[in-house]
Design a protein around this ligand. Sequence first.
Ligand SMILES: NC(=O)c1ccc[n+]([C@@H]2O[C@H](COP(=O)([O-])OP(=O)(O)OC[C@H]3O[C@@H](n4cnc5c(N)ncnc54)[C@H](OP(=O)(O)O)[C@@H]3O)[C@@H](O)[C@H]2O)c1
Length: 290
Amino acid sequence: MSIAITGASGGLGRRVAEMLLDQVDPTQLVLLTRTPEALNGLEKRGAIVRKASFKNPTGLKADLADVDRLLLISTNEPGTRLEQQRQAVSIAAQAGVQHVVYTSMAQPSADNPSFLIPDHVATETALRESGMDWTFLRNNVYTEGLVPAGKAAVARGALLSNAGDGGTAYVTRADCARAAVAVLVTDGHEKEAYDITGPEALTQADLAALLTEISDRPVELESLGDDAYFDRLYDEGVEHEVADRMASFGEATRRGFLKKVSSDLPDLTGRPAVTVREVLERNRDVLQQA
Ligand SMILES: NC(=O)c1ccc[n+]([C@@H]2O[C@H](COP(=O)([O-])OP(=O)(O)OC[C@H]3O[C@@H](n4cnc5c(N)ncnc54)[C@H](OP(=O)(O)O)[C@@H]3O)[C@@H](O)[C@H]2O)c1
């Protein structure tokens, strides 16, 4: 069975590719990327590397002609990615792909106010209607993002948030990769939506306390309303659109869309999910040097 990964040079795609190379025949692994030169090392290990982009549908169809199972990684261009991803789904079906595994997001429902959600809802819908088998990996927020955000909070002495008491079940990118590999190499995941989460949901108050402890510097939680949070970010130089998006994310958190903790990840991978504390402690130096 041939497995392909789109976006194979990204943070997630590369990890999945490296793990798959230890588990499958490398000649059955197709890595699709806009930057093939970034994957020279994996090509040397036997993987097939092809230059591909959702912006080049004709090329994508040829690239997928011999592929049975596809990991379709959502792109990092919210707003413009939706039409590209819909088209990629349609091309995969035309090319004869049997099963698409898609990296979605926690709680992709119409009432979720996060700016990221509409693209995921529509891509999931396109897959349900495609005639192919599908699996959704609804990845929660990456824990790794807490390192630069935590560093900024330590430097400021305050963690700014409009998330109220909302919890987030942060999950590491490496755990997301392990879950993707499990779904790609084993059967029985057709028409399943998995909630890929960490082992607990942390509030921003929990996070401020952890940052204080690990950095050994005081980090106060500064809890703001949506408008005040937006204004504060904007005043600190964050672009209007980015501040608006961050506020929508905080609102989604406050309203509970990111708090669900699931056993899907350990069930799929056979190992416990990594905690936020482990990641922050691994980055103690970064936080203490803020
Ligand atoms: N859960 C979270 O907290 C979180 C955080 C950040 C992102 N995400 C989502 O998860 C995805 C994977 O995470 P990541 O850490 O790997 O992100 P990343 O390192 O920023 O990688 C971006 C990905 O987008 C792909 N891409 C961009 N434009 C593309 C195009 N025109 N056609 C096909 N692929 C395109 C890239 O592929 P190539 O460069 O190889 O072509 C790469 O795989 C992100 O793209 C984003 O949708 C989730």
